[in-house]
Design a protein around this ligand. Structure first.
Ligand code: CMC
Length: 396
């Protein structure tokens, strides 16, 4: 074992080279294909940013138009999908349905495994658009199923985010029209989640994809990785924590105290990051957005006051200061999603819709990398050196 270096959680292990996303955790810098996240948040849309991540540069107007046309064309699901959804119990978690249905997409094949060592081709880009489009329909249908509501077909006249909100909230007899503020806020959340280099779910895409599993199987696995409360599930955990504090389960001071006690098993959700050690630039943008959206919509959310209190206390507490624990993207995204009427069981699903372009870009990059090898970490064995097999009647 002398040659094996233990690195639990891969905190210090680079597993690939990548030209997609740059992060400088000390300086709080995040760039997609070289473009600062602040500029994209200010000027771009989720769909344009998705194209940027997958193709490596900003699209020309006609390229973006083609992408939007593809997103519209691919939005409907094969009717057979309805039967798959019906197999789930009403109130099944949408994250479970999302993962299963993304995997199911690989049973409706076109040429999904098209990334070649020469790099992605037009058919791959079409598949990418198909997945980015269909994940939105699947997400909305998962919610409808979890509520026992009828499925609403996509409306080709609506752009990406408005179409999603239509499929989530319209009724067969009444079309839901999201306000521009709500569409803008959700667009920003999706854009800010679009990639984040080798995080847990993206590494999952690469690990699964490294066996040459197809794009859909790789992304379905990533949904499972994203689900956990230490990763994408943190946005749900933040809201649950804030509600608990607000409704008197625990006080903000108690929450801070518990979080500082390693024996409590409790963490301040929405705080801390493996890479960002001064601030999370996405959290700064979302904090501003939360203030703006809540005032635009006239929402007075006591949970935002609890969040502010917690933030203030944590940022001056030596425990959090010494460990460089700052609010991360999940701290504010939940508050915004709640304000714009997104149900709690959809928070992490929305993170998955946002992260899809990043997963696809990383899958394609890996498949085009001549140095890529199957992911196969080693271990340091600490069990018995050797023990004999004992017949069942002789065991004690
Ligand atoms: N509350 C209290 N203590 C914390 C927290 C927290 N949220 N995060 C880290 N610590 C402590 C941790 O106990 C450890 O203390 P010590 O050195 O005394 O043992 C120290 O800070 C370093 O933590 P770590 O667990 O080694 O850090 P990590 O890089 O392995 O974990 C993290 C990063 C994000 C999983 C962790 O900070 C965490 O659990 N945060 C809460 C969950 C969360 O908000 N996750 C969302 C992450 S950002 C977006 C995403 O990926 O989805």
């Amino acid at each position: 074992t002398g040659l094996i270096t233990l690195d639990p959680g891969f905190g210090n292990t680079g597993a690939c080279t990548s030209a997609i996303t740059f992060i400088d955790g000390e300086k709080g810098i995040l760039r997609y294909r070289g473009i600062p996240i602040e500029q994209l948040a200010e000027n771009s849309s989720f769909t344009e940013t998705a194209w940027l991540l997958i193709h490596g540069r900003l699209p020309q107007r006609q390229e973006l138009d083609l992408f939007r046309e593809q997103l519209n064309r691919h939005a409907p699901l094969h009717e057979a999908f309805k039967h798959h959804f019906e197999g789930f119990l009403v109130d099944a978690p949408p994250m479970a349905m999302l993962s299963a249905m993304i995997n199911t997409l690989s049973c409706f094949p076109r040429r999904w495994n098209t990334a070649t060592p020469a790099g992605p081709d037009e058919e791959f880009y079409e598949e990418a658009a198909r997945l980015i489009s269909k994940v939105r329909t699947i997400a909305a249908y998962s919610y409808r199923r979890s509520m026992g509501l009828p499925f609403i077909y996509p409306d080709p006249k609506l752009p990406y985010v408005a179409n999603f909100l239509h499929m989530m909230f319209s009724m067969p007899y009444e079309q839901h029209m999201a306000s521009p503020e709500v569409v803008e806020a959700l667009n920003l959340i999706l854009l800010l989640h679009a990639d984040h280099e080798q995080n847990c779910s993206t590494s999952t895409v690469r690990v699964v994809g490294s066996s040459q599993a197809n794009l859909f199987a790789s992304c379905a696995a990533a949904v499972g990785a994203l689900w956990g409360p230490l990763h994408g599930g943190a946005n749900v955990a933040v809201l649950e924590m804030l509600s608990k504090i607000h409704h008197g389960g625990i006080s903000a001071d108690q929450a801070i105290k518990l979080a500082k006690d390693p024996k409590s098993g409790f963490r301040l959700m929405g705080f801390g990051h493996r890479v960002y050690k001064n601030f999370d630039p996405r959290a700064i943008i979302l904090k501003r957005s939360a203030d703006r959206v809540l005032s635009q919509l006239g929402v007075n959310d006591p949970l935002l006051d609890v969040a502010r209190q917690l933030e203030e206390k944590a940022l001056t507490d030596p425990y959090f200061v010494e460990r460089k624990l700052y609010p991360n993207v999940d701290f504010y995204s939940g508050i915004i999603m709640r304000a714009i009427g997104i149900p709690l069981n959809m928070f992490t699903v929305i993170f998955a819709i946002g992260r899809m372009p990043g997963w696809i870009a990383q899958w394609a990059e890996q498949h085009a990398d001549p140095k890529a090898r199957i992911a196969r970490p080693r271990q340091v064995y600490i069990g018995n050196t050797i023990s004999d097999y004992v017949p069942i009647d002789d065991r004690r």
